[in-house]
Ligand binder design. Sequence first.
Ligand code: PRX
Length: 615
Amino acid sequence: MSNMITATEFWAEQAGRLHWAQPWTRVLDWDGAPFARWFAGGTLNVAYNCIDRHVLDGHGDQVAIHWEGEPGDTRDLTYSDLLADVSRAANTLAGLGLRSGDRVAIYMPMIPEAIVSMLACARLGLVHSVVFAGFSASALRQRVDDAEARLVITSDGQWRRGNAAPLKAAVDEALAEGDSTVEHVLVVRRTGIDTAMTSGRDLWWHETVANASPEHEAQAFDAEHPLFILYTSGTTGKPKGILHTSGGYLTQAAYTHEVVFDHRPGRDVYWCTADIGWVTGHSYIVYGPLANRVTQVVYEGTPNFPDEHRHFEIIEKYGVTIYYTAPTLVRTFMKWGREIPAAHDLTSLRLLGSVGEPINPEAWRWYREVIGGDRTPIVDTWWQTETGAIMISPLPGTANAKPGAAMTPVPGIHAKIVDEDGNDLGDRDADGLLVLTEPWPSMARGIWGDPQRFRETYWDRFASAGWYFAGDGARLDADGDLWIMGRVDDVMNVSGHRISTAEVESALVGHSGVAEAAVVGAADATTGQGIVAFVILTAETADTGADLVHELKAEVSREISPIARPRDIHVVPELPKTRSGKIMRRLLRDVAEGRELGDISTLVDPDVFAAIARR
Ligand code: PRX
């Protein structure tokens, strides 16, 4: 035991990866659990850690970002370029009167200015809230209002499969009704499409940021200074603004990026295919990698534009060594066929990663054999918006990873499998709920504006033990390795995107033709889960049939995002309910997945349900 280091010593050592303006006085303050304070008393600047210190260390000429635009235009940004651009943006934002702690919404496609905007916020202590550019105007408005953002940064439009789709117009639509807290909208010109500008409110990036001074001195902030809010779906219709802070978050993002991906600065070319609208983009495109002086590829567009070769061409062109993507894309590649990757030299790859949903063993094997040339380790990384950084993953070079298993918590992290009552099911052959038993540096510090919901959602369930309830089911096999089985709550996972059943149901009942709706996630060979809705129509619309189904799908896309569009909508006369009025989703899932029905004895009206099942 004598050579065992304590948890706090371990994390203190990891925090030593960063540049601290002032050292911390206490590694972990858990007195206010479940609201942790890590590295209390320490101060640092997150952007300085991601950029300035690399330039000062003589790496200013190293490429930070190989950016590849969808239409084929490219830009390489060195660390010196990034420093100048982030400084310009920081000077502009400060000039708009934004002050430390203010919130900024970022609603942008995958262009360098999106990353520059995030880092400019971090540099000034502004709290960014990145809203995925695929989200609708109303989803944007909801998030802007919840965070009371003073500024929105966006672009005129975005490239999507060769078309310039408007984006700034959605910001206008979002802000059109009623008062909002937004004072300015800063707009990057990306596509050149006609864009209305509201005088006094809207500013062009190329007329402001581009002309600002490239000198800006970063000021240090408290380790617990808020860094960002990121909205994610919960079990209710209202998205949760997950709050992350500075020192602990950056420590664990940097630590895991290095150990899980075996990243070596100056040698690797790393590519994480996520969008900055999701936590993976925050932790494994922006903060972890840049803190570790990465050279990375950032690609703007879809994997099949102009054709299905695009990702493999990019890997070949830049000599990508580490490739991190989602199982849904691997399954899409499988559908396109192995001759597509086979037409390219992918031998630069030495490590593959997976994130966002369970990877089925077949996809895992295909990924390793066809993309990884049967050589590369695969790291299947389990984590969440709330955990901030990777928690469970094999480490390359250790134990043989099993296809489909997330294996073991990374050093410093502690997990258990428990039953519904919180009984520890041991460390072998157990099937239950995944809990995290010790606090970790990048853990969420709360839900923006709703501390009570934070306690209730994650901590109340196993309050006496003080464990974090992740919302996932998991299995420990005979060797003690972990397999993540998926959500145990009403959260769906579609192509690695988290969507709540309640959100989709509320969009559906928002349509005047729908009286009631129930939504379930059903197994889908490509997307992991597909959204299947059961709707009861109002008397007036009951005979409009197929047209209405089409319109309802469009309505959900408009209200939330095309990613939330139901795969199937079944018009039904009744929903299966228990006598206490609860919708029996388990039965709907049976129908959606074409299974024999489970026990229907508790239903109010079993006959009605049998009729639904026969449809
Ligand atoms: O169900 C788990 C699944 O994605 C959820 C977290 O979603 P989100 O906060 O959007 O973050 C996604 C990217 C980190 C988890 O509760 N999930 C994530 N990674 C895996 C996974 N399920 C199985 N295996 C994974 N590697």
